[in-house]
Design a protein around this ligand. Structure first.
Ligand code: ATP
Ligand code: MG
Length: 358
């Protein structure tokens, strides 16, 4: 019940209770004190002036005076409580006005546009601090919303092309009154290729939503057997020399970590030259993956971990990439609190460093 009434009413009630207690105590003290003092003085007067004959009349007069004094004081006290209550009601309104204004401004925020911060009151008080914290939160939400929006747009864009190609192929087949078996085979081949591409893409997109409550274990980098995967064939096809130096213990989710290193090494192969080289060095709580590939231009280095970001989209697409590989890597390493950084020189190669302890 108490929590359901407005803050203004609550503050007013609390102020009124406080004023009432103080006023009652003060009035009681005045009345008791007056009673004692008057009584003493009156008795003294009776003794000194031998007014005993008129004692009764004087006693009555004394009682009347003291009663009037008490009633006046109580009325005065009630008046003060009432004035206190009314003042508290208006003062609280004024004191809470900035809170009201702030909540009115917040209510006006458009959920589709979180880029406009709320104005910060000039006062350097709790309200301006609250507004500043609110703007910080708005900023973070905006970044996250924008990222989500970009992710959905890019995902839709990536899925649009294969779907459109499959549909066009089927429609062409439909128009053909006497299709040959080869035409069917061609359509099936294209459909299968694009379906595989979409399935990979959907798997990658699901990978972006992996939870953090996976079981962590300790294992050696060499236990990942990273080269005994699909990478082997690509390495042989391109005749790439792979050197692995040292070994290191990793604590984390083994399958996720394997996936992250797979993606990095896959890039090191994909964006390498024929007869190129890849070095994997494990030392000083770091894993360094160096390649002699095409390199990444400086201007793109900050963006390569963004979902669907490709330095050269048509090249990546031709190679079967969609730009999710490094976004997944970043997501996995962030979950494990591993830091990843990258340096690169165009046409010389790229170095990814994973810091296992930050
Ligand atoms: P996917 O990994 O989803 O199949 P992708 O390889 O294009 O596609 P990412 O792995 O996220 O996507 O890489 C993003 C971009 O960064 C790539 O398109 C590529 O241009 C660049 N890149 C990543 N690693 C390297 C590398 N070792 N050498 C050169 N460029 C790289
Ligand atoms: Mg990749």
């Amino acid at each position: 019940m108490w929590n359901k009434i407005s803050l203004r009413t609550r503050v007013t009630i609390m102020s009124a209770i406080m004023i009432s207690i103080v006023s009652t105590l003060l009035t009681s003290f005045i009345v008791i004190n007056a009673n004692i003092s008057f009584n003493e003085s009156f008795n003294q007067l009776l003794k000194d002036n031998q007014l005993t004959a008129q004692a009764n009349t004087l006693n009555q007069l004394y009682d009347m005076t003291i009663n009037r004094f008490i009633i006046q004081n109580i009325l005065f006290m009630l008046g003060i409580i009432l004035i206190g209550f009314i003042s508290a009601w208006f003062i609280t309104k004024k004191a809470l006005k900035p809170v009201h204004d702030l909540s009115a401004t917040i209510e006006k925020i458009d959920v589709n546009d979180l880029s406009n911060p709320i104005p910060i009151p000039k006062s350097n008080d709790e309200i301006s601090k609250l507004a500043t914290s609110f703007n910080h939160m708005l900023d973070k939400l905006n970044v996250s919303f924008e990222r989500q929006k970009r992710f959905v747009q890019s995902a839709a864009h990536e899925l649009k092309t294969p779907i459109a190609t499959i549909l066009t192929n089927i429609e062409v087949m439909e128009l053909d009154k006497k299709p040959r078996i080869e035409d069917y085979q061609e359509v099936i081949k294209v459909t299968k290729l694009y379906m595989e591409r979409m399935s990979e893409l959907v798997n990658d997109m699901l990978m972006m939503n992996i939870g953090t409550n996976e079981q962590y274990t300790k294992f050696m980098f060499s236990d990942l057997n990273i080269m005994d995967t699909d990478l082997k064939k690509e390495i042989l096809d391109k005749n790439i020399k792979v050197i692995i130096e040292g070994d290191i213990e990793i604590k984390g989710n083994k399958s996720l970590i394997k996936r992250a290193f797979f993606n990095i090494i896959h890039n090191a192969i994909r964006y390498n030259h024929e007869n190129g080289k890849i070095s994997i060095i494990c030392k000083n709580k770091k894993i360094i993956i160096k390649d002699t590939g095409i390199g990444i231009p400086n201007k793109d280095l900050d963006n390569i971990f963004e979902p669907f970001y490709c330095v050269d989209p048509s090249r990546s697409r031709n190679l079967g990439g969609s730009g999710l590989g490094l976004a997944i890597v970043k997501q996995i390493f962030d979950q494990h609190h591993f830091k990843i950084d990258v340096t690169s020189k165009k046409m010389e190669g790229t170095i990814f460093t994973i810091h296992l302890e930050t």
